[in-house]
Design a protein around this ligand. Sequence first.
Ligand SMILES: NC(=O)C1=CN([C@@H]2O[C@H](COP(=O)(O)OP(=O)(O)OC[C@H]3O[C@@H](n4cnc5c(N)ncnc54)[C@H](O)[C@@H]3O)[C@@H](O)[C@H]2O)C=CC1
Ligand SMILES: CC(C)CC(=O)C(=O)O
Length: 367
Amino acid sequence: MEIFKYMEQYDYEQLLFCQDKESGLKAIIAIHDTTLGPALGGTRMWMYESEEAAIEDALRLARGMTYKNAAAGLNLGGGKTVIIGDPRKDKNEAMFRAFGRFIQGLNGRYITAEDVGTTVADMDIIYEETDYVTGISPAFGSSGNPSPVTAYGVYRGMKAAAKEAFGSDSLEGKTIAVQGVGNVAYNLCRHLHEEGAKLIVTDINKEAVQRVVEEFGAKAVDPNDIYGVDCDIFAPCALGGIINDQTIPQLKAKVIAGAANNQLREARHGDIIHEMGIVYAPDYVINAGGVINVADELYGYNRERAMKKVEQIYNNIEKVFEIAKRDNIPTYKAADRMAEERIEKMRQSRSQFLQNGHHILSRRRGR
Ligand SMILES: NC(=O)C1=CN([C@@H]2O[C@H](COP(=O)(O)OP(=O)(O)OC[C@H]3O[C@@H](n4cnc5c(N)ncnc54)[C@H](O)[C@@H]3O)[C@@H](O)[C@H]2O)C=CC1
Ligand SMILES: CC(C)CC(=O)C(=O)O
């Protein structure tokens, strides 16, 4: 990978490598765009096949956060961290403290939160070293684990997508195939079960599958079989890149609506599913509930206010469908257009000089 070439192609601002020998920390912080405000995005801990794969993931996820935060109407830019390691074996307090000090060194350009492989407890350790972390324990007056809120936003967005595809937003009696039943999807399955949907699930973690089978009467299938099951809605809730040349021909669903980031392996896969008549709820619009919730901490967390914004995901998905129809483009392009228009508007308004400008982090200065 030619890093600067890639950064130039997608207009990245910054890429940082953080190393701490004692604790074993190897972290990559990618900051994509701070036009709207400081870059907010979670920290993923994962056993990457190579350093190149980790860099690519950090970059792709950071760019996704720019679009997610813009489309959600947040005054925040996009960034993300990946920590290379096994979250079950390689974590220690010193590692997250060292990471917290690296974040503090960025002086607010990047704010972190949870993602796959990191928890509220990890964020609490980071908070010992920096102000620029969200998703910390409610004991600190904060919002805690973002996953249930992400799940609620996905549920709302899925209803909007169902309305587009089936003419009604009721999910009662709909068969929904869920890939990955971790933190977000467990909570999503609960909402879907409560509404009377039929669930088909898979996960590489057998205990996670067992839980949703027992609690929500889900039917379990092997991980490779989830794409081809007979269903109305496919909800990708594991990792990215799963809408690709191998999986698309297997799909029977009329709707794709799930929590995973970067679901389309390449942009052209968004064109293919569009041509097939599949209603795709763009990932970063539908899964913004978690970031909307943690971002509210920057104003002094108020759950009611945050949840009102999360409810808006239904309308945001509807808006994407409207733009797609108006401009005769696939929904993933319509979402990009919505996000880019907001960033561009703000870029123009920022060109007016303001000494000692006020921004979202000003409220935190007193802490
Ligand atoms: N946690 C949050 O608030 C947010 C999460 N997301 C995205 O949603 C997705 C899920 O996040 P979480 O639930 O937090 O992660 P998680 O790690 O709790 O759950 C992911 C699940 O997917 C399973 N999995 C991994 N590879 C699989 C495969 N090939 N086939 C089937 N299952 C597989 C894992 O075993 C795990 O149970 C990720 O892509 C994440 O980036 C997006 C926005 C916010
Ligand atoms: C988990 C969220 C709080 C932030 C994030 O990184 C995301 O939405 O992907």
